[in-house]
Design a protein around this ligand. Structure first.
Ligand code: CP
Length: 310
């Protein structure tokens, strides 16, 4: 995860990703830095953006990329997570990318295998490449206003903070880089003690929006709620949905972000999600490919005998 990662390490990864943003905008998008390496994407939870972008990232760097979808694997026959990891390890993967529904599952696997393991989202814990790609999106958009760090930027994250690994990784990343981070959620979806993460909690969305440079919306993760608190979509939109009217309470040029998948008409209205200049949602996807290329390239340096990351 991004907890405890130093500012210079975060900035190094953002800088590394920029070359891949440039490459990805060319007609020919190939670099062969990872030629001959095998990357296995093992996804135990559904994904569109993260899985596709890790696959594209590995392929653009010249690696052989194999995807394992848990729903079609021997996990369905009762094989344990550790046995699955040992099996992948025996195939001599050079990097493993894992998404899993349990917080800490990625760490467990990382301790058992011989190659770098990248966290593609583990339970409610962290989604580090999402935090990094969001930081890259913000830095790219505000390049003329901020220096190398994010001092002076106000980022409001609104939604199901309690269950959100995206929120946690963004909080770690953005506060480390110097941004002011506000989190906004209904009381039942706000983690107890969140202030300890150097953020300011709000239950009133209008107040959380005042003076914000970036508004990051999150969906309700009903699959993690187990029936405890599921507000009606209408009620939720009324209090916490980002409408055009509400967005006007943030700074006039405030940017809109959403990691996806979006529930249009619930946490975000379509006319906000599709705002031509201010919605960064497709830009986030673009930055996701570049950031995952950077992470794969940097984390395989040791195995390739290249210096620059320990
Ligand atoms: N943002 C994100 O993680 O999306 P996916 O679940 O589609 O990968």
């Amino acid at each position: 995860g991004l907890a405890g990662v130093a500012p210079h390490e975060l900035l190094f990864l953002l800088d590394e990703a920029e070359q891949w943003v440039e490459l990805n905008r060319q007609p020919q998008k190939r670099a062969d830095r990872l030629a001959g390496l095998t990357i296995i994407n093992a996804f135990f939870e559904n994904s569109t953006r993260t899985l596709l972008s890790f696959e594209i990232a590995g392929k653009r760097l010249g690696a052989d990329v194999v995807n394992m979808h848990a729903a079609q694997s021997s996990v369905k026959k009762g094989e344990t997570l550790i046995d699955t990891a040992m099996t992948i390890n025996a195939m001599r993967a050079d990097a493993i990318v894992i998404r899993h529904g349990s917080s800490g599952a990625v760490r467990l696997i990382a301790d058992k295998v011989d190659c770098p393991v990248l966290n593609a989202g583990d339970g409610q814990h962290e989604h580090p490449t999402q935090g990094l790609l969001d930081a890259l999106t913000i830095r790219t958009a505000f390049r003329n206003r901020i220096g190398s760090d994010f001092n002076g930027l106000v980022v409001t994250i609104c939604g199901d903070i309690l269950h959100s690994r995206v929120a946690r990784s963004n909080i770690h990343c953005l506060t480390t880089l110097g941004a002011e981070v506000r989190v906004c959620a209904p009381p039942a979806l706000m983690p107890v003690g969140i202030e300890q993460m150097k953020v300011t909690p709000y239950h009133d969305f209008d107040k959380a929006l005042a003076g914000a440079d970036v508004v990051m919306m999150l969906r309700l993760q009903q699959e993690r709620m187990e029936g405890s608190f599921i507000p009606s979509p209408r009620e939720y939109r009324h209090l916490y949905g980002l409408t055009l009217e509400r967005l006007a309470k943030a700074k006039p040029d405030a940017l809109v972000m959403h990691p996806g998948p979006m529930n249009r008409g619930v946490e975000i209205d379509s006319n906000v999600a599709d705002l031509a200049d201010r919605s960064m949602i497709t830009r986030q996807v673009e930055m996701g490919v570049a950031m995952r290329m950077a992470c794969l390239e940097v984390l395989t340096r040791k195995a390739r005998g290249v210096e620059g990351w320990s």
